[in-house]
Ligand binder design. Structure first.
Ligand code: NBG
Length: 919
């Protein structure tokens, strides 16, 4: 053997040794190891909280001890909340999956969540502990709450309702998911320019981290657009089948916000989709120096979830909006079906797995999308697929305004989603076949009920599609549902007599009383000697017996004043306006600016009172009831009339507030940038709130409920939920005025026939005259507004003006009788038990969804073990005997995962590891 060969032999031997060298640790999967190692529930004594906060400060933000300022403190504190919610939501999902419970999936293109931190801290019942923890760092929890920005992923009532529902669903342990979009930019930020006009700025809410949202990088769902349809013969059935080949794809990525319930461990999820490109960068283009072209893909994709369309009660008829809608429902259905299959269930079980609620027509494309999946991917028959679709969906209508009923051009749909258009046509064809059988009037009915309308274009009527594809359709207040049944969807109601139901909206008492009005919450709890009302609002009825109790009234009034002073200070700080407080009525109208909501009528009345006071003698002025009229709300940037109304309000406010003859007798304050957070300041401080829509126009106007809950009285028309508030709190406790919705058409007709100007009361005529003279700036500015009032006056402001003013006077004179006023205020609140979204959701669950609460089990065996409920356990609480019992329970799999978390488990894992090492 040569030398070299010799060497090679030795090398080979060494290699052999290397190859056979033993793996030091045995690689094997231990089934329970991960579960056993799940971290125990986070300690919530203040010392533990402090540690957790500092941990995030250093590791997550990261900041150091010197840069530990309030914003950082807010973030670090919020991350500790997120950690808790992650644990709870993990356990919740696991439990729901084990139990295979049916769940509600609420699809909404908007969620107006408001600030998160306070709500979460309260729901988890950790306020005191966090207060104590932060005090040690030199911060007041209350100030830390103020560091949070308010994510404005919604326009108004529809989005806020969705947020209230999520709170209730978690609180009452309903298995439920919210699905929506994570817009890069929320609703624009509004400021007021020097001329009184609305100025809009982009809401860059993701500029800083939003600690309550967890990006879920594992869930990336491809969503197709455009392309063509392939037709082929199915070998098995010999029937014709279709397959859509999209020509463009984007990715839907999940971002989860975890929703804590009040006083429960159940924690649900709001899943918001954001859009990503399939390919981040086109490298070929980049290499050729086309840098712009290289990122085109990414920009186009990101565009889909870039902005929330700022339209409320109006269609945003843009192609991009349509893409948003499809993107939302395609990602959502994919996710729901994925979760169904994860439970090893078949597609036939979908309607028993998920009740999918379409929040208004924006998610209606879910109907043809599900049908497509069932037919083209799951290969079901039409009958099977249609049956599953109808049993899965239900639809809530939120408006009857014709300009808000969505209709999308057939051309647009065919281009973007060819297969879906084909399916909509098929649905329509099959539906109209049945309609034709009862159509005795030359096809008149068929034309009216067709999902496809031929008017200025060929359009798909999305509400019609939503009705046909759902098993239940609901309106959001008694009057609204009646209008749907008897007017707007009358033909459908006759066709499907059992489909239409009413579910009156509600609001969550956690945010809208307990959190935003802590002093009133305390008073109610101490008076009722229980805080049960927080999750069962019907308990408020017991306040009735205190309505005339002098002592109670004084306390009630003191809290109102306390809240008003906070608002007074805010107005001074933000707007530099001095307003009075004690003895001054705070009269508030806050909502989107819309003609039908009649902020215009409000400001015209302000002019009326202004002129009236100006004419008074000194003596008369001493008797005037002082009042501040607050208005807040945004106008859609493209809604020019609404923007003019904002301008007029600001001009009028400027004149009145600076007129020395008026002084503090009357002020008009426009508060810019209305938001959930601002509402939380305003509502507890309100004496009287205005809900003065033209009857029949406001579906519910859900904020009215929040005022009543906080002891504010309502000045309102016979519209929306005002009517039900009157029923429940007593007519005598509401300042109602005007005609019924049934009478409105006659008044409108008269306006058309005789001209509104000729029917207008003189008082109003002279107010219009004064505006035209230029008292509030260039007359031309407001000509459009005035012409409408003088010509057709669609919202019957002229007709309602005098009754409105009279009722306002009634408000003012009643305020001078405090005993009566506070009695009304207390009785209003006492009657508001049914206003809770808890009641609303119970109705949805029972009448529409067929879901039941599924509370996480309490940690069992605590008592058996003599460990009590205080977790996490301190080490010394566990002696070896108990450890052995726990270990046995775990080994025998007689415990749930939560139990493991509690008694985790350092001992046993350590021991096992040691054993392993010895082996
Ligand atoms: C709004 C109605 C309100 C109602 C909310 C919530 C839309 C389309 N509709 O009256 O105008 O309170 O929905 O139901 O935003």
């Amino acid at each position: 053997m040569s030398n070299n060969e010799e060497k090679q032999k030795k090398i080979n031997k060494l290699v052999e040794e290397l190859e056979s060298s033993k793996q030091k640790y045995k690689i094997e999967k231990k089934p329970l190891l991960v579960e056993n190692l799940l971290s125990p529930y986070l300690g919530s004594d203040f010392k533990n909280l402090q540690k957790q906060i500092v941990y995030h400060l250093e590791h997550t933000l990261p900041r150091n001890t010197k840069t530990f300022q309030s914003f950082g403190t807010y973030l670090a504190t919020s991350y500790t909340i997120r950690d808790r919610l992650l644990q709870l939501s993990h356990d919740t999902q696991k439990y729901y999956n084990e139990k295979k419970v049916k769940q509600a999936c609420y699809i909404s293109i908007e969620y107006l969540m408001g600030r998160f931190l306070r709500n979460a801290v309260l729901n988890l019942n950790l306020e005191e502990k966090y207060e104590q923890a932060l005090a040690g760092f030199g911060y007041a929890l209350e100030d830390i709450y103020d560091e949070e920005q308010d994510p404005a992923l919604g326009n108004g009532g529809l989005g806020r309702l969705a947020a209230c529902f999520l709170d209730t669903l978690a609180t009452h342990n309903y298995p439920a998911w919210g699905y929506g979009l994570r817009y890069n930019y929320g609703l624009f930020r509004q400021s007021i320019g020097s001329e009184g006009e609305q100025v809009e700025k982009t809401d860059v809410w993701l500029q800083f981290p939003y600690p309550f949202m967890v990006e879920n990088h594992f869930l990336r769902i491809p969503i197709g657009f455009y392309g063509s349809i392939e037709t082929y013969v199915d070998e098995k059935t010999k029937g014709t089948r279709f397959k859509w080949h999209p020509s463009e794809y984007v990715i839907a990525q999940a971002n989860d916000i975890l929703i804590p319930g009040y006083g429960t461990d159940n924690t649900n999820t709001l899943r918001l989709w954001s859009c990503r490109p399939i390919e981040e960068l086109d490298f070929d283009k980049f290499s050729l120096g086309d840098f712009k072209g290289a990122s085109e893909n990414r920009l186009n994709a990101e565009n889909i979830t870039n902005v929330l369309y700022p339209n409320d009660n109006e269609v945003a008829g843009k192609e991009l909006r349509f893409k948003q809608q499809y993107f939302l429902v395609a990602a959502t259905l994919h996710d729901i079906i994925r979760r169904l299959k994860e439970q090893k269930r078949t597609i036939y079980e979908l309607p028993d797995f998920a009740a999918v609620q379409l929040n208004d027509t924006h998610p209606t494309l879910a109907i043809p999308e599900l049908l497509r999946i069932l037919l083209d991917e799951e290969m079901l028959t039409w009958e099977e697929a249609w049956d599953i679709t109808q049993r899965t969906f239900s639809y809530t209508n939120h408006t009857i305004l014709p300009e808000a009923l969505e209709r999308w051009p057939v051309k647009l749909i065919s281009h973007l989603l060819p297969r879906h258009m084909q399916l909509i046509e098929a649905i329509n064809w099959k539906f109209l076949e049945k309609v034709r059988k009862i159509d005795k009037n030359n096809g008149e009915l068929t034309k009216k009920m067709s999902l496809i309308e031929n008017s200025w274009d060929t359009l798909v009527r999305m509400a019609w599609l939503a009705i046909v594809g759902s098993h239940k359709v609901n309106g959001v207040s008694g009057i609204h549902t009646n209008i749907l049944k008897n007017i707007v969807f009358q033909d459908f109601h006759s066709f499907y007599p059992n489909k239409f139901v009413n579910v009156t909206n509600g609001v969550t008492p956690r945010r809208w009383l307990h959190a935003c009005n802590p002093k009133l919450s305390e008073l109610i709890t101490s008076t009722l000697k229980s805080n049960d009302w927080i999750y069962d609002l019907a308990h408020l009825s017991k306040l009735r017996e205190y309505a005339e109790n002098e002592d109670f009234q004084l306390k009630w009034a003191a809290i109102k004043t306390f809240n008003k002073r906070k608002l007074q200070a805010y107005v001074k700080k933000e707007l530099k306006i001095d307003i009075g407080c004690d003895g001054v009525i705070y009269d508030i109208q806050i909502k989107r600016i819309h003609e039908y909501k009649r902020q215009l009528m409000n400001v015209l009345a302000s002019i009326h009172f202004y002129l009236k006071i100006k004419k008074m003698s000194k003596e008369e002025k001493t008797k005037v009831q002082k009042r501040v009229s607050f208005i807040a709300g945004k106008a859609a940037p493209g809604y020019l009339v609404a923007k003019k109304i904002i301008k007029l309000i600001n001009r009028v406010s400027n004149v009145i507030n600076n007129d020395p003859e008026i002084g503090d007798l009357f002020k008009v304050v426009y508060l810019p940038n209305y938001s959930v957070t601002l509402a939380e300041l305003l509502i507890p401080a309100t004496d009287v709130s205005e809900h003065i829509s033209t009857p029949g126009c406001e579906a519910s106007g859900t904020s009215n409920m929040k005022f009543v809950l906080n002891g504010g009285l309502i000045l309102g028309t016979l519209d929306g939920a005002n009517l039900e508030i009157m029923e429940n709190s007593g007519e005598e406790n509401v300042f109602a005025f005007g005609i019924t919705s049934k009478e409105v058409p006659q008044v409108k007709q008269r306006n058309i026939e005789q001209g509104a100007w000729n029917l207008m009361p003189e008082e109003l005529q002279s107010i219009l005259g004064i505006i035209e003279e230029g008292k509030f700036g260039e007359a031309d500015e407001f000509r459009g507004l005035l012409e409408e009032l003088k010509g057709v006056d669609r919202y019957i402001t002229g007709h309602d003006f005098i009754p409105y003013i009279k009722e306002l006077e009634n408000v003012m004179s009643t305020y001078q009788k405090p005993h009566k006023w506070w009695k009304m205020s207390i009785l209003g609140c006492a009657g508001s038990g049914w206003l809770s979204s808890d009641r609303t959701i119970k109705e949805y669950a029972e009448k529409i969804w067929g879901i039941k609460p599924c509370p996480l089990p309490k940690i069992e065996s605590d008592k058996e073990l003599g460990l009590g409920n205080s977790f996490p356990l301190k080490e010394k609480q566990i002696d070896q005997k108990k450890v052995n019992i726990i270990k046995k329970l775990i080994k025998d799999q007689k415990t749930n995962e939560r139990f493991r978390r509690v008694y985790s488990i350092m001992y046993q894992i350590e021991e096992e590891n040691e054993k392993d090492e010895k082996n």
